[in-house]
Design a binder for this molecule. Structure first.
Ligand SMILES: Nc1nc2c(ncn2[C@@H]2O[C@H](COP(=O)(O)OP(=O)(O)OP(=O)(O)O)[C@@H](O)[C@H]2O)c(=O)[nH]1
Ligand SMILES: [Mg+2]
Length: 451
């Protein structure tokens, strides 16, 4: 934190402008020593200055320099941003000069990490900054901006405040039992308060399903026997000839992915190799990959050929997938068939074909219905969304459940404070009120360079 760090904050490549960001005690002095405009150490905060970056009297680039003095900056430290001409050579040259002058190259996410360590933002807000950069849909952007604004932090802080109030009333009872005007805490009058906390935590966990959906989208795997039209379905959904389609069974060997936006939710659609017994070495690997990928999917679109005569293998496979969300898509219904598919009456089933695209809208509507996608439109988004946040909330839930079951078993109320403290601290870890250094390092290392 004592060092002055610098990094290219814009994407590397050719563009009109590149921004190099410098943060730390020496930021203004260092940039001033390589700048040929006004004396930057004398200018007001939050101002922009025109001039040249120079090295040994050679002009390197014509730039605009933004000066932002501590504490009202991204990191709370002095920050200088150099707007130079875009392009790899100029930007790298300016960066190289800064490094020679004593700046340290920032690690990925180090600016945001400093903002967190200097208490300008909590951990939820820091995570949301990475989320907003990576958001691919309008809904994901909204979720992230609400988190940056602090809506989720507020929810967590309110639960923590409730816990503190309960802790305080228990402690008053223990420390001053002789006072007559304080409410006596018994196991029975404590229970409704703890139930309320459990209710709030449960709500956070339930709603996190929405958060995950908005942030990560839905992973959909198209599965089925060879030649049933899986790749054709992928291509039709993507409106692009992404996968090779032929009438030769076993055409697709590897997984092929594409994304579409369905009412604001990203569908990550994965086409796979057709399932069949094969002695072909490469195809065998492909079939195994299909099965492994489908295990991780949020939804399986299981494709069956409308004209098939023997359904036994499909029935067997679908039964094996009963722990997964599944839609059966009966493809090629442009060709007549005697099948009525009654054996799949208990499943979500859609009939269609990729030639006239019949059934594909129905397929999309089924996905909307199964994942409540339209319902998400009406809500104010402040959901937990990362695995870190969700697993900590589940840990907090276990702590409060322990407190409740201890109370029910008649354990003395002072023992309950141990579980309450655990719950409070675990919720604190979510916002970063309590944190471990290695966890923080790991989290920020996943950020972009220069952020
Ligand atoms: N009549 C008809 N033919 C289709 C339809 N969809 C796909 N086909 C044809 O079926 C054949 C196989 O299509 P693919 O999309 O390659 O099938 P696949 O399931 O990906 O096959 P593998 O990659 O071998 O597992 C091709 O000749 C397609 O043109 C459809 O709805 N109706
Ligand atoms: Mg295929």
């Amino acid at each position: 934190m004592d060092t002055t760090i610098c990094a290219i904050s814009t994407a590397v490549g050719t563009g009109a402008i590149s921004i190099i960001r410098i943060s730390g005690k020496e930021a203004i002095n260092i940039v001033n020593s390589i700048f040929s405009g006004v004396n930057l150490t004398k200018v007001k905060s939050h101002t922009i200055h025109y001039g040249f970056i120079v090295e040994n009297n050679n002009k390197i680039d014509e730039v605009l320099i933004t000066i932002m003095k501590s504490p009202k900056t991204y990191t709370t430290e002095d920050i200088v941003e150099i707007n130079c001409h875009g392009g790899i050579s100029t930007t790298n040259k300016v960066l190289e000069i800064l490094l020679n002058k004593g700046c340290k190259l920032a690690e990925p996410g180090e600016f945001t990490k400093r903002a967190f360590l200097n208490s300008r933002i909590d951990l939820l807000k820091a995570e949301a900054i990475s989320d907003i950069i990576n958001s691919e849909t309008e809904k994901a952007r909204k979720l992230a901006i609400n988190q940056i604004e602090g809506k989720l932090s507020e929810k967590i802080n309110n639960i923590r405040k409730n816990i503190i109030e309960i802790q305080a009333s228990i402690e008053v009872n223990i420390d001053y039992p002789e006072y007559e005007d304080i409410e006596i805490m018994t196991n029975q009058n404590l229970l409704p308060n703890l139930d309320k906390i459990l209710f709030y935590i449960n709500e956070l966990i339930l709603e996190s399903e929405n958060g995950k959906l908005i942030k990560n989208g839905i992973d959909i795997v198209i599965l089925g026997k060879p030649n049933v039209g899986k790749s054709s379905i992928l291509n039709t959904l993507l409106e692009e000839d992404k996968a090779i389609v032929t009438d030769i069974p076993g055409t697709t060997r590897d997984i092929i992915e594409g994304k579409i936006n369905l009412n604001g939710i990203l569908l990550n659609i994965i086409d796979t190799a057709g399932l069949r017994y094969t002695t072909d070495f490469v195809e065998k690997i492909g079939v195994q990959k299909s099965l492994d990928t489908s295990e991780k999917a949020d939804l399986i679109i299981y494709v069956i050929d409308n004209t098939i005569t023997d359904l036994s293998e499909d029935i067997k496979k679908i039964k094996e997938l009963k722990h997964k969300k599944i839609i059966i898509f009966v493809n090629k219904n442009d060709i007549s068939s005697k099948n009525n598919f009654d054996e799949f009456n208990n499943y979500n089933i859609v009939m269609g074909n990729t030639i006239s695209k019949n059934g594909l809208n129905e397929l999309k509507n089924k996905i909307i219905e199964m994942f409540n996608i339209n319902y998400l439109d009406t809500k104010d988004y402040s959901y937990l969304s990362s695995a870190r946040q969700i697993s900590l909330t589940k840990k907090a839930k276990t702590a409060i459940e322990n407190a409740i079951s201890n109370l029910n078993e008649g354990v003395s109320i002072d023992m309950v404070t141990i579980d309450l403290k655990e719950c409070y601290e675990t919720l604190g870890e979510i916002i970063g009120a309590v944190y471990k250094d290695d966890l923080i390092d790991e989290m920020f290392s996943r950020f972009c360079l220069g952020k």
